[in-house]
Design a protein around this ligand. Sequence first.
Ligand code: SAH
Length: 213
Amino acid sequence: MKDTAKHQGLRNQLAELLAQKGITDQNVLAAIRKIPRHLFLNSSFEDYAYQDKAFPIGAGQTISQPYTVAFQSQLLEVKKDHKVLEIGTGSGYQTAVLFHLGAKVYSVERQNELFKQTSALLPKLGIRAKHLSFGDGYKGLPNHAPFDSIIVTAGAPIIPQALMAQLKVGGRLVIPLGETHQVMTLLVRKNETQFEKHEFGEFRFVPLLENKN
Ligand code: SAH
């Protein structure tokens, strides 16, 4: 598949729509204008790729809706060279947004099929994640901790303790919390023991699964 002027036009429209919906971070909007979302989807979705919708990506999972990706990315307040941990690589689209924001991205995926597919795709698109791994995101990546920020891209019933422990003081953890629907939640680590919690309304995600099949 190619990236054409038509795709670029659709991306510009998508960024415009996200700005109307309240996304104000210009770096996030620039990433949306830049990343060829249609290349993260099966070619049968090419005509729909720039709609503000989630789509199936295989293994019963979905690529997150662009508004959700932009909203979570904005909450992370990524600075150049921040170490960012993503739980739920999926299609790699959110990974690509983080990369374009200047982050050193570490990402974990528990579906082997998606892990393999996305590990092969990202380098082809010039997206250099620092570390992609196959495993259970509930555990985070203790060997690479601490992180400036952590983003969870699946609906979590609880905040995994391991993720809180792997956040730097001053760091931000963005996680959709809840079983049937999720409340977008931001934790800011104040010191060794205290976290400040902020909530940002409801979103819908596929579940963050514990390590069982
Ligand atoms: N950021 C992705 C979102 C994919 S959906 C994108 O936009 O494409 C959420 C992803 O989280 C799925 O790929 C799912 O397999 C993965 N996931 C669910 N539970 C997980 C866990 N415990 N550890 C790591 N990944 C998990």
